[in-house]
Ligand binder design. Structure first.
Ligand code: AMP
Ligand code: ZN
Length: 188
């Protein structure tokens, strides 16, 4: 990255800034903002962020239940509007790398040039990906979230590679990418 493009804040705060940039906002209301993921890991990949300052799921309490439901609803409506009938996943990473809570809206093809590493793959296809509906259900039932430790989450990123559709195992990531591209092409 050249000096001119260097941002005046650390990389892990980028989402907090981007979500306030009118050029980046695709949609917003009084409680949330939707932006495009800058390094999409699938054909369609967006983020829903609350306007309220919430670092991550560790800061979420039962008082946020309605907000999480709203993020989920807006995410699903958005996905259906931009790609009607397409299959999506909606959820949170168990150990997010960036601050400000964000709900991933991601199409299930996972076929994208930015899907570059095993850890990227496993972050969307293993239990590292916490489905939005399960998070909401947990908060509704227990009044709090029982989250895995960072250590447990990081172990999931080391899981062996497996196709999310036919479950075929792969030892090399480029081979899995080719395979997933083939699924995406035959689906479209
Ligand atoms: P997480 O691992 O859940 O913290 O995911 C952070 C997400 O933010 C990743 O999917 C990144 O591709 C995405 N991302 C990183 N930097 C930016 C940025 N400046 N604007 C939009 N999305 C970004
Ligand atoms: Zn497959």
């Amino acid at each position: 990255m050249s000096k001119n493009t260097k941002k005046p804040y650390p990389w892990f705060l980028a989402l907090k800034h981007e979500m306030k940039d009118p050029d980046k906002i695709i949609e917003s209301d009084d409680r949330i903002v939707i932006i495009k993921d800058s390094y999409p890991k699938a054909n369609y990949h967006f983020l829903v962020l609350p306007k309220e300052d919430i670092k991550n799921l560790n800061e979420v309490t039962k008082d946020h239940l309605d907000l999480l439901k709203h993020m989920d609803k807006k995410g699903r409506e958005f996905a259906e509007r931009i790609a009607p009938g397409r299959k999506f996943k909606f959820g949170y990473h168990a150990a997010p790398s960036m601050y400000q809570l964000h709900l991933h809206i991601i199409s299930k093809d996972f076929d994208s040039p930015s899907m570059k590493h095993k850890k990227h793959w496993n972050s969307f296809t293993t239990k590292f990906f916490l489905n939005s509906e399960n998070i909401i259900e947990q908060l509704e039932k227990n009044g709090k979230l029982n989250l895995m430790s960072i250590l447990q989450a990081k172990e999931l990123l080391k899981s062996s590679l497996k196709c999310h559709i036919c479950k075929e195992a792969f030892s090399l990531f480029p081979k899995l990418k080719e395979h997933v591209h083939f699924h995406a092409m035959s689906d479209s």
